[in-house]
Each structure stands twice: as C-alpha cells, then as structure tokens.
Design a protein around this ligand. Sequence first.
Ligand SMILES: [Zn+2]
Length: 123
Amino acid sequence: MLNSDTPKTFATAVNCMDGRVQTTVMVFAKARFGVDFVDMVTEAGAVANMNEGVFRHVEISVQAHSSQGIVVAAHSECAGNPVSDEEQKEQCRAAAELLKGEWPDLEVIPVWVPLGEDLEILC
Ligand SMILES: [Zn+2]
C-alpha cells in the first residue's frame, strides 16, 4: 500500500463520461505508462467536444501531477457522440493531434473502446 512518503506517478486520460468505459481506459493508461494513478478528464463524447475545460483539466494534470502521458479515448455506442465508429476514430486521432500540439513532450495515445471487446490503439 502506498504511504504518504511514496512518490506517486500519474498519467492523464481524456475520456467520455460514460461509466462503461472508465475502468478499461484507466487500466490501460496505468499499464501503458507504468503509473500509480490516472487523472480522468471526462466530457460526453470527449473526442467531439475538445473544449476549453478539457484542455484546462489536462493542463492541471500535467503541471500539478507531472503526468507521464495522455490517453484519449472514444467508444462504441456513445450517446454523447452518436456518429459512426469510423468517424469517431477519426475524431479521436484528431483530438490526439490537438493534445500533442499543446503538450509536444508527452506521448499521446488515441484509443478505441468497443464495448465488450478489447481496447484498440489507433495508429
Ligand atoms: Zn460516450
């Protein structure tokens, strides 16, 4: 168990608010970046709603927690972004580019979460 003297490491996830995808994205981000915690920045259909609030929250994660990297996620059956899977994947890649533009020193990984199936890294 972590005590208060143990250094804590963080990554950041930009994710939909949908409860069905929180654990999947968090587990992936923790493993991918080898960190203790994941700061979860959520918005309904986040990849189609990359608003000022999303960037402000990521900035806090990067500055205050020295985030090691960013995952940006979209998922199937998204109520907040009811477009085709292919369009969502394109939006997710574009969102990753926006984040990369703001934080060029951090690795930014776009991912697709098909409900009930394995998470897929988008190239
Ligand atoms: Zn969603």
